[in-house]
Design a protein around this ligand. Structure first.
Ligand code: SF4
Length: 386
């Protein structure tokens, strides 16, 4: 299995690094991570080996515009481990001027000294997993942090001097009233985060919640979730945040450039267990098992598990799915083949229903379309990707 050969290699300007450790496993989460104690030194050595192997495969990581360290919970690394991670990444990556280096953090593992260390490493943007400031909601979700820890972490980030930062929030959770969401949002906004993400709880197949019961036990009904989403959008817009993607809101200039690169289908490389990479035509991903990942990297083998080459139809679907989630929407000229005139005509009922804005340049979700985004996007895919 050989991802992109050197001769046809695109320029990779975006890198993702997966840190597969968490303090505790949240039952709704399907990201690959290991809870509790683990040998992080061996992992960091393996990560360094993978980066060396990928470097030989893809050439130097030059002019890197965005680096995203996610997980898992990168902030659960201790000071020595963070120091080692920073050294590995800084020696492997040559950043473009004005680069963005994001790192995910959770309230239970972000201390003032760690925030300072992360900033001194070169991280420009921290994404904090707040989710809620209601005690009952956090414990229902099985989050490893308390509301008090989330409040301290928000205060800390507001004063830590990062170029940008984000607070992640969740809604649509069983037992979470609109009032609870209103209170959380008001408190979070008091810290003036430059960026907010707000996601409806979804129970992914493979998570512990999915094994325990059907999603109705964990999520509120669709109407309540839609009302909460509409509230979040209106509340954030009223205080000057622009909604630049279905779930993402930013002050001007604080949009997450790394995520924008994903949505624009720019090539990226992912390092660490379960990390995905993409070269414009094919996607490949690493083994989803820490032991196997480490063993392969240390032996000098690539930890790639599988690769899929996208068909023209799949490429079309991806372009529509990803671009329609953004405020800019889908440009007709972004499609691999000209969109048939009858397909555009078939969008008319969705336009008349107030779900889509369609013009000569492209199509985008209307305000109401964002609320029922997944359904509308699915319908556009069916009509446009023939
Ligand atoms: S939601 Fe975040 S903190 Fe919870 S298990 Fe998943 S990666 Fe870890």
């Amino acid at each position: 299995m050989t991802p992109t050969s050197r001769s046809s290699r695109p320029a990779f300007r975006h890198i993702y690094v997966h840190i597969p450790f968490c303090v505790r496993k949240c039952p709704y989460c399907d990201f690959y991570s290991i809870a509790g104690h683990a040998d992080r030194t061996t992992f960091l050595r393996a990560l360094e080996s993978e980066i060396r192997i990928r470097n030989e495969q893809f050439g130097p990581f030059a002019d890197i515009q965005t680096l995203y360290v996610g997980g898992g919970t990168p902030s659960c690394l201790d000071a020595t481990e963070l120091d080692a991670l920073g050294t590995i990444l800084r020696s492997a990556v040559q950043f473009a001027p004005d680069y963005e280096w994001s790192m995910e953090a959770n309230p239970e593992s972000l201390s003032p000294s760690k925030a300072e260390q992360i900033r001194a490493m070169g991280v420009t943007r921290v994404s904090l997993g707040v989710q809620s400031l209601t005690h009952g909601v956090l414990s229902f979700l099985g989050r490893p942090h308390t509301a008090a820890e989330a409040r301290s972490a928000l205060r800390l980030l507001a004063e830590a001097g990062f170029r940008s930062w984000n607070a992640d929030l969740m809604f649509g959770i069983a037992g979470q009233s609109l009032e609870m969401l209103v209170d959380t949002l008001r408190e979070v906004l008091a810290h003036d985060p430059p960026h907010l993400s707000a996601y409806a709880l979804t129970i992914e197949p493979g998570s512990r919640c999915a094994e325990m019961a059907d999603s109705a036990r964990f999520c509120t009904d669709e109407n309540a979730t839609a009302r909460q989403y509409e509230y979040v959008v209106a509340a954030l817009e009223s205080v000057g945040y622009a909604q630049y993607e279905v779930s993402n809101f930013a002050r001007s200039g604080h949009e997450c450039r790394h995520n924008r690169a994903y949505w624009a289908r720019r090539p990226y490389l992912g390092f660490g267990p379960s990390a995905h990479s993409f070269d414009g035509h094919a996607r490949w991903w690493n083994v989803c098992d820490l032991e196997t990942y480490q063993a392969r990297c240390v032996r000098g083998e690539t930890p790639t598990a599988e690769m899929e080459v996208l068909t023209p139809r799949e490429i079309c679907e991806e372009i529509v799915l990803l671009s329609l989630r953004t405020r800019e929407g889908l440009r007709w000229d972004a499609l691999p083949d000209a969109c048939p005139a009858d397909a555009r005509a078939a969008l008319k009922p969705l336009q008349v229903a107030g779900l889509l804005d369609v013009d000569a340049t492209g199509v985008r979700l209307s305000r109401h379309g964002f609320v029922v985004g997944d359904e509308v996007i699915r319908r556009v895919v069916e009509l446009v990707c023939v």
